[in-house]
Design a protein around this ligand. Structure first.
Ligand SMILES: [Zn+2]
Ligand SMILES: [Zn+2]
Length: 410
């Protein structure tokens, strides 16, 4: 981003963090040209989408032309997407003995989709493979585990997930694991336990990115103290702009930058907008009650409530909440850049895992509008390429390098 030129601008930067930093910094025609050039050249990487749930439970084919979901091949094409990390997420309430089974089913459907559409998709497991697939005109598909509970407290599960192509894991989801505290739960372990530290060490050795989205603040700092490689937040936004425990404080953003990592901004309305988060809090109980009732109805038939059905209930109950504009994503990017630096920010939409996306960013096809907005705000072509995917490629390469060093040292 260009430096502020006037004292007045510097004051604005310091005092109005939630307001676009340099409105109309670039004239519209020039901004449009910059955006088009970046869209042609950048490898846009989204580090989090929960679409595999839909593939498994709704028999969803990614090539479906009239997809009701946020990620599809036609939408990725329209959105100029280069790579998507598909989340292997298993709900925290899932029967513990079936967690790995469910994760394998989710990985399997991703493989099946990649195989079925091999002319358009390719599975990537390294930064170089993302670049190679992009040069071949294909979309790179990557795998990330969401929730450390899914290893069932067994380090060997990590090894197997790695062999299957999984390249990141969030240490927790919304509940504490047996070895790490979550931001969605009451502290139990004061961060990471000794076994939790072994998990991080094993991930470093394997070359699997350690993902701190969803963890408690203490787990975050413990992880940074232990990890030998830069870490990522695959889908986390800024707490200074929207005060929820899932978002990162400025101090955390600075610490992540010092670690060399990257935070990928989450597009969920309730993580972007304080007004939305506050309004949601007021109806949270109603959402919980309705979801619990639906769960009970399914349980009576011996079934589990699919995520898509849960999202529909959420969408119905939250329909009158004040949905922010997609420019709120750019506000969070501005803030993260201002606090941590342009080398440490990326995109982690959380598409198909959120029941409310901002207006104008309803699905992955809308990404070019975010690029145009950022170009309008004055980011250079080089900085835009970093934010859109370059930073993640850098971190991935560093993680691969640390793994090589650790494996060869022994
Ligand atoms: Zn997710
Ligand atoms: Zn998540």
């Amino acid at each position: 981003m260009q430096k502020p030129r006037h004292m007045l601008e510097i004051l604005l930067v310091c005092s109005l963090a939630a307001v676009p930093l340099f409105p109309s910094q670039r004239p519209p025609a020039e901004a449009a040209k910059t955006a088009e050039e970046v869209l042609q050249q950048a490898i846009i990487i989204d580090t989090h989408a929960d679409t595999p749930q839909m593939m498994l439970d709704e028999d969803y084919d990614l090539a479906q032309p009239d997809s009701p979901f946020m990620v599809s091949i036609p939408k990725m094409r329209q959105g100029h997407l280069g790579a998507e990390f598909l989340s292997i997420w298993v709900q925290v309430g899932w029967p513990k003995q079936d967690l790995i089974h469910r994760a394998l089913d989710l990985i399997d459907v991703v493989y099946e989709q990649v195989g079925r559409h091999s002319d358009l998709l390719g599975l990537a497991t390294t930064a170089d493979e993302i670049v190679r697939l992009h040069l071949q005109g294909k979309f790179a598909i990557l795998l990330g585990i969401e929730g450390g509970h899914i290893i069932q407290d067994d380090l060997r599960a990590l090894d197997i997930y790695y062999r299957l192509g999984v390249r990141y894991m969030t240490l927790t989801h919304t509940a504490n694991t047996e070895w790490a505290d979550s931001s969605g739960d009451k502290p139990k372990w004061n961060g990471l336990t000794d076994f939790g530290k072994q998990v991080v060490e094993r991930m470093n050795r394997l070359g699997m990115m350690v993902d701190i989205s969803h963890v408690s603040d203490k787990t975050f700092y413990d992880t940074l103290a232990v990890s030998k490689a830069p870490v990522i937040a695959s889908h986390s936004s800024c707490r200074a702009l929207c005060d929820v425990p899932r978002n990162m404080t400025d101090d955390m953003i600075r610490a992540l930058a010092k670690n060399g990592g990257v935070m990928d901004i989450n597009f969920y309305s309730g993580f972007l907008s304080q007004a939305y988060a506050d309004a949601y809090k007021k109806i949270e109980k109603q959402v919980e009650t309705e979801v619990a009732a639906a769960r009970a109805r399914y349980a009576q038939q011996g079934k589990r409530l699919p995520y898509f059905e849960e999202a529909k209930i959420e969408q119905r109950v939250t329909k009158d909440l004040p949905v922010p504009s997609y420019t709120a994503i750019a506000d969070h990017i501005d803030h993260a850049v201002q606090v941590g630096g342009v080398e440490h920010v990326g995109l982690g939409s959380d598409f198909d895992g959120i029941d409310s996306a901002p207006k104008g960013m309803e699905d992955v096809s809308r990404l070019p509008d975010l690029v145009r907005e950022l170009a309008r705000r004055g980011y250079s072509e080089q900085d835009l390429k970093k934010i859109l995917g370059g930073n993640l490629l850098r971190v991935m390469r560093q993680v691969e390098g640390v793994s090589r060093d650790m494996r060869s040292a022994k």
